[in-house]
Design a protein around this ligand. Structure first.
Ligand code: NDP
Length: 327
């Protein structure tokens, strides 16, 4: 078969999402999943796909065209990325924005030495949002770029609420401020503070005997997480929590507000409304895995970001087919 042979390194939310996304792309096939956990304890969506020990991964370098790295950005990828780029063409979703230059250098070194392609920071932000920020700036050099996030579940903020005494279960959603969005869309090019751009909404199940007012006050006054935002705290029961707040929605907007000519207003807006953040991010990873495979076939090497990839490389269709159908 000429299908692209893909493997997954690390099987959490993203790993599961990549497995599901590969099933929608007939030009690719999943040859295996690698995990640091005992392989028999890792349960895939399709149990006929083999799970291997991460410790044995080097043995599979001739069996995999692209390795999709699904580890966490905080401590997994900084280690796994440069190591795996010695043996595989890779793609990952590294999202610690401030550490991208450092991580890029480490991957580039490793991938060049091995003659591999290592693609970093693929997903929606960084990823598709980054591309749209670039298009906005390049096309409308005079203007401002705005990124709004939400409505989205924030893992870090949800954890912080769960640590408040008296809280049994909790989720936190970040929402773009309607007022700020309206001003940006109207071409005002306002200067917006953090507080003005987003609001925060919490859904909390109280522990038995906890005082709602005390819990609310501890949340909204929490430094770093909530004190600088307008925060709404809603109290719900465990059943509602389970049925209405167990998916991982996210999304947002990238808006470029610019001027051309004498003072003509021009606005570019890109938005995502995601039912599941990890499933969507995984779908982006899979499309870019195809591009990585093609670059590797052309003997390209080194670290790559979304800025380096021609759009046609993402599509299973041929350049001629794309010109005919989509241009
Ligand atoms: P998870 O925490 O679900 O998984 C991370 C790793 O943890 C896995 O690779 C897995 O490694 C291990 N793991 C998973 N489940 C378990 C378990 N039950 N017990 C022990 N270990 C487990 O993270 P996500 O998949 O949700 O996210 C991964 C990264 O993706 C995030 O850190 C984030 O930075 C990035 N991301 C990027 C986005 C973007 O737009 N660029 C958007 C969303 C996320 P192993 O199998 O080896 O044990």
């Amino acid at each position: 078969s000429h299908r692209i042979r893909v493997a997954i390194a690390g099987y959490g939310n993203l790993g599961r999402g990549v497995e599901a996304a590969l099933a929608q792309n007939p030009d690719m096939r999943l040859v295996g999943v690698f995990s640091r956990r005992e392989p028999s304890s890792v349960k895939l969506l399709d149990s006929s796909t083999p799970v291997y020990a991460m410790a044995d991964i080097e043995q599979y370098q001739d069996d995999v065209d692209v390795m999709i790295l699904c580890g966490g950005s905080k401590s997994d990828l900084p280690e796994q990325g440069p190591y795996l780029a010695k043996f595989f063409n890779t793609v990952d979703s590294f999202d610690t924005h401030a550490k991208v230059p450092e991580y890029y250098e480490a991957l580039d070194q490793s991938a060049r030495d091995a003659g591999r392609v290592a693609m970093l920071s693929v997903g929606w932000d960084p990823g598709l949002f980054s591309l749209n920020r670039l298009y906005g700036e390049a096309i409308l050099p005079e203007g401002e770029t705005y990124t709004f996030w939400g409505k989205g579940l924030s893992q870090g903020h949800s954890d912080a609420v769960r640590r408040v005494p008296g809280v049994q279960s909790a989720v936190q959603y970040t929402l773009p401020s309607e007022n700020a969005m309206a001003r940006v869309r109207a071409g005002e090019q306002p200067e917006l503070s953090t507080r003005e751009k987003h609001t925060r909404e919490c859904f909390v199940v109280l522990a038995e005997g906890a005082d709602a007012d005390v819990v609310r006050e501890s949340i909204v006054s929490m430094p770093d997480y909530f004190a600088d935002y307008d925060t709404v705290v809603n109290f719900i029961d465990q059943e509602t929590f389970k049925t209405e707040h167990s998916s991982m929605p996210h999304g947002g907007f990238v808006i470029r507000s610019g001027n051309t000519g004498v003072n003509t207003k021009q606005t570019i807006e890109y938005s995502l409304a995601l039912g599941s953040n990890p499933e969507f991010t995984s779908s982006v990873l899979v499309a870019y895995a195809r591009a990585v495979h093609r670059l590797a076939r052309l003997n390209d090497i080194g670290a790559k970001t979304v800025f380096d990839i021609a759009p046609g490389l993402l599509s299973p269709k041929s350049p001629a087919q794309l010109r005919k159908e989509l241009l």
